[in-house]
Design a protein around this ligand. Structure first.
Ligand code: ADP
Ligand code: MG
Length: 349
């Protein structure tokens, strides 16, 4: 039995979602092989070990039954499975801690995590690899005090309305707006600037959103493709986390075979472009009129809740939730063994 530390909660805006995802992972993990050890991080950033019922993790009452835990104790575990979304969980910072402690962990490493978290950095890599993503402008918060109009000019010169304005480093659609004119653009930039010093403004696509999942290390495999159609203006926070928001999720997506292959091949290329490991979900915008495909973003810690796309598209591909978690854990051990210096002549062994 190996001890798998499941880390949940955290200081990000996606604290609640993380707790629900982590509960699903803790329920699904193969208990014949692994002993889950639950480690929560409060919104204030305090670490605690939790041994109570899993329902308390999801409803938030876990904190009262938890005992103190220090990050250094992670060394006592065999592998860490961070089920944290957003800042300080999905952005490479906690992965850096695991590296420093020299403990194996599931999912992407420092580089892939931080690149994928930053929407501007990941788009630059996609562009330089010839992978399609909507054109964009990067604005710094610092420009806003004196140069907001110049920044808006820059967007209007190179992009077309409607545009999407996003903080470069949030998730769950927090701080994102769809803007249709100059006034909305200004408002959108100011709103996004509340959340981040880097702001991305990009071309809007009238799109069907399609997503697929990738798992593995240097030989990644791809899941089935799913689609999302929000009943709202776009797939915002309410559409994502309210059960009756009218969002229609289809697995598999109703795409012809050729388009579906294109999505899956592009997803694997995006995964490799950012040097992902373990797992990631790749989200696309499929232009309803032209059929053009764009990468929207890559999430290194896909949602694992019962409403989440990632487990669904793997199930469709024939990989159940327990096996999926098992494989992501195995890739974590594999990556740990594969990193570092190899003795001379290792290729011949
Ligand atoms: N360029 C775009 N064109 C059309 N819709 C977009 C675009 N960018 C974002 N959206 C909409 O906003 C949602 C959230 O944006 P996204 O970049 O995925 O941020 P997050 O990391 O918060 O999920 C998307 O799921 C989609 O509905
Ligand atoms: Mg998204």
């Amino acid at each position: 039995m190996d001890k798998i530390g499941i880390i949940f909660g955290g200081k990000s805006t996606e604290h609640e979602v993380s707790r629900v995802s982590a509960r699903s992972v803790a329920e699904a993990i193969n208990k014949d092989k692994h002993e889950p050890v639950l480690i929560g991080i409060t919104k204030q950033g305090e670490w605690k070990k939790f041994s109570g019922p899993l329902s308390e993790m999801a409803d938030g009452s876990w904190e009262k039954d938890a005992e103190p835990f220090s990050p250094g104790q992670l060394k006592d575990l065999d592998l860490i499975f961070p089920v944290l979304h957003g800042k300080y969980g999905e952005d490479g910072t906690i992965q850096g801690l695991f590296e420093m402690l020299h403990v194996p962990y599931a999912g992407c490493g420092v580089l892939a995590s931080s690149l994928a978290m930053d929407k501007a950095a990941s788009k630059l890599i996609f562009q330089s690899c010839g992978l399609p993503t909507p054109d964009f402008q990067l604005i710094l918060r610092e420009e806003l005090s004196d140069h907001l109009e110049e920044a808006a000019d820059r967007c209007e010169k190179t992009l077309v309305y409607p545009m999407f304005v996003k903080p470069a480093n949030t998730g769950s659609s927090v701080g994102i707006s769809k803007v249709r004119d100059r006034d909305e653009l200004r408002q959108g930039i100011l709103e996004a600037a509340r959340f981040d010093r880097r702001i991305v403004v990009e071309n809007g696509v009238d799109a069907l959103e399609v997503e697929t999942g990738v798992i593995g290390n240097d030989r990644p495999e791809c899941a089935a493709v799913g689609s999302i159609q929000a009943a709202r203006d776009f797939y915002d926070y309410t559409a994502k986390y309210t059960e009756d928001s009218g969002t229609v999720i289809q697995v598999p997506a109703q795409l012809d075979e050729e388009l579906s292959s294109q999505v899956r091949e592009t997803a694997v290329k995006a995964y490799q472009a950012l040097d992902c490991a373990g797992c990631a979900r790749v989200d696309f915008l499929l232009d309803k009129k032209t059929g053009e495909l764009f990468i929207n973003e890559l999430n290194t810690l896909p949602g694992f809740t019962s409403l989440s796309m990632f487990p669904m598209i793997w199930k469709e591909q024939g990989v159940g939730f327990t096996e999926l978690i098992d494989r992501i854990i195995d890739y974590g051990y594999e990556r740990f063994q594969d990193s570092g210096i190899k003795p001379e002549g290792f290729l011949n062994k």
